[in-house]
Write a protein that binds this ligand. Structure first.
Ligand SMILES: Cc1ncc(COP(=O)(O)O)c(C=O)c1O
Length: 1014
């Protein structure tokens, strides 16, 4: 008779009766799934929730006692576990009709099986289990020493016993593979591995996850808030605890090793795992999956109608098959790395051997006699600019030769550990998903030299493989040598991109003496179509991959793969100076920034980006991850536009000076800039930033009017000088601000979405303009210098002004003797479409226009443009001098930006792509209540997130979550607005349909995530 034959027959009515009579609880019962007991959820009328457990008839009281003691230890350590409650009799375990009954408080939370998987959650589960292991360390009890059919330490015995119950012969083959590994990897260590009492069943139906609340999406589903059911408690291997949990997390992940590594790292942080424990962990995961398989098969044979028995059967078999296809050593190396060990246990020995023994010269002559140049091919390398990013082999060779001062004999060396720009190009994409991580980190050293150069084996070895890897951009002809250290530890060296003759020169199995010619440097296209070079890589474990061993790794796995491929400088005896500098940890950059730069500089994202390169619509971090830039309206015509770069660098190479000398370039720029503006705006002052422009604009209107007072708009921002903080409510009315000074009047924000007047109708524009008139009237006669206003409100939340607002406001201001400054720093230069300037969409001709950000495509170039009369008033005898304003380099860059806007018809593009995004955002708002408003002109857009469309309660935390998640998916968006709930989209104008669609698709994906669900 098995346990299952002693499952209680208790009904819901029985459970209610027991609850009342034994525990004094008046509650309604509903059954919960259980394999061998009967569990009921009890709901009391006052909202209390409890769980009644009616144990299998074979369960003994002593067993339940030991479970209660373990749970008490866990609870004392602060872990979220259930402890049995006392019955009316005072006992925590009560015998009812031959079954032991206990009552537990019901823990809130969702089952891990129903929670969205994430690395954070897996890490937390690992930590909880590690803390549990620490809490149970030293605890023992005879009842825990049992031969238990779910104990992974006995999986070989159990699986062998039940193997034949599995009907499907393919599944039996899987089991046999697991048994073979268990015998090889686990069985020999069973006598020495650490043992303790473990929970033993942290499966995803026994783990509760905190669902959090929609208002705090970043905190949802990332924390374990309950560990249920100590019923499988057993004295077993300590490492079995994370192994059991891992068997469930692998079923929810496309990267099972990574998933187990997350969990193991969490566990290890709380309760360190030994090298031997890590050695068996992966096999124990397989063992647990096998147990799930055989038990499900055996039990469903007995109870074919019980769904609980088969609940995890299909996924378990699938996971088993998938995991068996993975090299277990590959898993081991990542697990070791995740736990802070050298990924390969032999790494130290091989490194020491290579350091201690001299190498023969790869090129036949000692390194110090050769013209060696370090070559930087990293993301930040200036070797490739603009169109050269994906250069073909001939151009690549030219660029390299240029970098080595044209020396045709030079050997350019580098690349070990280098995250390379070239691997970010489309040729190296492996799938369709643009958000997928790309392999960018180079695992070998490249030596770029003439084709045909003979290569000598740096160490004696045996030819393991000679192969033509003839796929495009692969290694071409490749040799792998096998070597051994003096102590007999094997390691390998790989040489790629060789000449075809190499393939017949060597044979697999040949012995090669150190110094023997092993092959020749190949030439394109035969060598995989690269500029001539040899790729040399040390490999500690070929992982059954041979010549297909990766030469480039994903950044997230780079530390593991670099651990498996030590620096070839050691193999080759290269001077250390040619190894690529290791990128500093991002945390180090952040710490130095905190130390060296002002503390109130903000840094975007929880996980800050170290952006190293910009290309058109994209930014690339130092590890070669590309991000779609939806935020940078400064890189107006695209990051590092080649035409702009060329114009700036040419002028830089010739002359840069100030405006005290005559120069045509600045006049050409002034001519072209004023040609885009309506009359009488025809006189320019050049400065270096939007702030400088606005500060100067205030001086101009004061000089003209002789008055001091200025009107600004609520939530407006105009710059960081003192005068501008005074007219920027976004600053002076915010944190650290001291409010508006007496000379400043603040007009109501003309917000058509959440303001006092709503909609874009001219009547709304007039109503808000009335408030500008009110401000003008509040200033004493003759005291009004003017009104400074953004043509679309930026920091205030990407607000499109209601029709007629600027014109009517200007009329009121001018009626009181004031002038109007249109701040175009955010939106000018065609961003809002063919109108070219924001004020032009409002029927206004301002008295002063300020421009900045986009003017120089990232170069600090800004300007004030005004009328001849105002300019004349400003010329009161005091010189206007600006060291950098209007310098020839800035002017050349300004001209180049205007060229690109015209040549690429970017204003029309902005209008077209902007409409596409807006239409997509409106579509999203149909399904996603949280999308309260989508608005904008051209490529200056805002998507406002709200919790409630009636109250417009801002969804700031949700917006923060959205931008963090989009960043993780490779799309940079930021938030703004007084409530930080507006997604602001103001990308380089070179966006096309693909960029617009990717933005929308990514936003949609995030909006669908469970963290944002109700
Ligand atoms: C509307 C507006 N005006 C002026 C400025 C100030 O420009 P800068 O940061 O170049 O000094 C900004 C900057 O964000 C702005 O958004």
């Amino acid at each position: 008779m098995s346990l299952l034959d002693h499952t209680p027959t208790t009904t819901g009515a029985d459970a209610e009766r027991v609850a009342l009579e034994v525990f004094g609880l008046d509650a309604a019962a509903s059954e919960l799934p259980s394999e061998r007991d009967r569990n009921f959820r009890l709901d009391t009328s006052d909202g209390g929730t409890w769980v009644l457990k009616v144990s299998n008839a074979l369960e003994r009281r002593a067993v339940l006692d030991v479970q209660a003691r373990a749970a008490a230890l866990a609870a004392a350590a602060g872990l979220p576990v259930q402890e049995p409650r006392a019955a009316l009799s005072g006992d925590t375990v009560v015998d009812v009709d031959g079954h032991l009954v206990r009552l537990f408080e019901h823990l809130p939370g969702v089952l891990a099986a129903d929670a969205p998987p994430s690395g954070q959650l897996r890490g937390d589960l690992g930590r909880v289990l590690g803390r549990l292991a620490a809490a149970l360390d030293g605890f023992d009890h005879p009842e825990a020493h049992r031969e238990f059919h779910w104990d992974v330490a006995r999986a070989d015995v159990v699986v062998r016993g039940l193997r034949d119950a599995v009907a499907d012969p393919r599944r039996r083959v899987l089991l046999d593979s697991v048994l073979e590994r268990f015998d090889a990897v686990v069985a020999p260590r069973l006598g020495t591995l650490r043992r303790a009492v473990i929970h033993g069943d942290a499966n995803d139906h026994n783990v509760l996850v905190d669902p959090g609340v929609r208002e705090r999406p970043a905190e949802r589903f990332v924390r374990v808030c309950g560990l249920l059911d100590f019923g499988d408690l057993v004295h077993s291997l300590v490492v079995a605890e994370p192994a059991v949990a891992a068997a469930y997390v692998v079923m929810q992940s496309d990267d099972p090793i990574g998933a187990v590594a997350d969990l193991a790292a969490g566990f290890h942080a709380e309760h360190p795992l030994s090298e031997d424990e890590l050695e068996v962990l992966w096999t124990l995961v397989l063992a647990r999956l096998s147990l799930s398989g055989v038990h499900a098969a055996a039990q469903s044979a007995r109870r074919p109608d019980d769904p609980y028995l088969t609940v995890s059967e299909g996924p378990a078999w699938n996971a088993l098959e998938a995991l068996l296809a993975i090299s277990p050593r590959r898993a081991l190396y990542r697990l070791r790395d995740a736990c802070g060990l050298d990924p390969h246990p032999h790494a130290r020995v091989v490194r020491a051997h290579l350091s201690a023994t001299p190498a023969q010269a790869l090129f036949g002559r000692p390194w110090h006699e050769l013209p060696i140049y370090p070559l930087d091919l990293s993301v930040g390398s200036d070797l490739f600019a603009g169109p050269d990013v994906g250069a073909g082999p001939e151009r690549f060779d030219v660029l390299i030769r240029r970098d080595v001062d044209g020396d045709p004999d030079a050997i350019a060396v580098g690349g070990y550990g280098e995250a390379r720009l070239i691997y970010t190009t489309p040729e190296f994409a492996t799938g369709e998903d643009p958000s997928a991580e790309r392999r960018t980190v180079h695992l070998g050293t490249d030596l770029w030299a003439r084709a045909g150069t003979p290569l000598h084996a740096p160490r004696a070895g045996r030819v393991r493989r000679v192969h033509d890897n003839d796929a495009p951009l692969d290694y071409g002809p490749t040799v792998v040598l096998e070597h051994v250290t003096h102590g007999g530890v094997p390691y390998y060296s790989l040489y790629g991109h060789l000449a075809a003759e190499t393939l017949t020169h060597l044979r697999e199995g040949d012995d090669v003496a150190a110094g023997d010619v092993l092959g020749w440097i190949g030439s394109p296209p035969r060598n995989g179509d690269w500029a001539p070079h040899v790729h040399v890589q040390v490999i500690l474990d070929l992982l059954e991959l041979g010549v297909d061993y990766p030469g480039v790794a994903l950044p997230s796995q780079a530390s593991t793969f670099l651990g498996l491929s030590p620096d070839p400088a050691l193999l080759l005896g290269l001077p250390e100076s040619v190894s690529a500098p290791r990128p500093r940890p991002v945390e180090a950059t952040l710490a130095d920034r905190r130390r060296l730069l002002g503390p109130n500089l903000s840094v975007s994202y929880d996980d800050p980006l170290r952006i190293t390169r910009g290309i058109g619509a994209y930014l690339v971090d130092d590890l070669g991850r590309s991000y779609l830039d939806s935020v940078n309206n400064v890189a107006h015509v695209g990051h590092a536009h080649p035409h702009v770069v060329r114009a700036g660098s040419r002028q830089m190479a010739v002359l840069n000076t100030n405006t005290r000398y005559l120069h045509e370039e600045v006049l050409r720029y002034a001519e072209r800039l004023t040609a885009t503006l309506p009359d009488p705006l025809s006189v320019c002052f050049f400065v270096n930033s939007g702030s400088e422009a606005n500060d100067l604009a205030l001086r101009l209107i004061r000089a003209r009017t002789g008055a001091q007072d200025v009107i600004c708009v609520e939530h407006g921002y105009h710059g960081h000088t003192q005068a501008l903080i005074d007219v920027s409510p976004y600053k002076h009315a915010g944190a650290g601000g001291r409010g508006a000074p007496p000379w400043v009047q603040v007009a109501a924000m003309p917000d058509p979405y959440r303001g006092a007047h709503r909609g874009y109708d001219p009547s709304v524009g007039l109503a808000y303009a009335d408030d500008v008139a009110r401000c003008a009237a509040a200033v004493g006669d003759g005291n009004l210098a003017g009104w400074i206003v953004e043509s679309m409100i930026g920091c205030g939340g990407q607000v499109v002004l209601p029709d007629g607002y600027l014109a009517a406001g200007a009329e009121a201001v001018r009626a009181r003797g004031g002038l109007v400054i249109a701040d175009e720093v955010q939106v000018g230069f065609g961003r809002v479409g063919p109108a070219f300037w924001g004020f032009a969409t409002q029927g206004l001709v301002p008295d002063v226009v300020t421009v900045g950000k986009p003017a120089g495509d990232g170069h600090p170039l800004a300007a004030v443009v005004t009328t001849p009369q105002i300019a004349a008033s400003f010329a009161n005898g005091m010189e206007y001098f600006n060291t950098f304003g209007g310098n020839p380099v800035s002017a050349a860059i300004g001209n180049a930006v205007l060229d690109v806007i015209e040549q690429e018809d970017l204003a029309a593009n902005a209008e077209r792509i902007g409409r596409r995004i807006l239409a997509g955002a409106v579509e999203l708002s149909v399904e996603h209540e949280i999308v309260g408003d989508a608005r904008g002109l051209g490529l200056y857009l805002g998507i406002e997130l709200v919790r409630d469309r009636a109250t417009l309660e801002p969804a700031a935390q949700e917006a923060a979550y959205v931008i963090e998640r989009m960043r993780q998916l490779g799309v940079l968006v930021s938030t703004d607005g007084p409530f930080h709930n507006v997604l602001k989209i103001k990308p380089p104008l070179v966006w096309g349909d693909a960029e617009a669609d990717r933005l929308l698709a990514t936003l949609e994906r995030v909006l669908r995530e469970p963290a944002l669900a109700r």
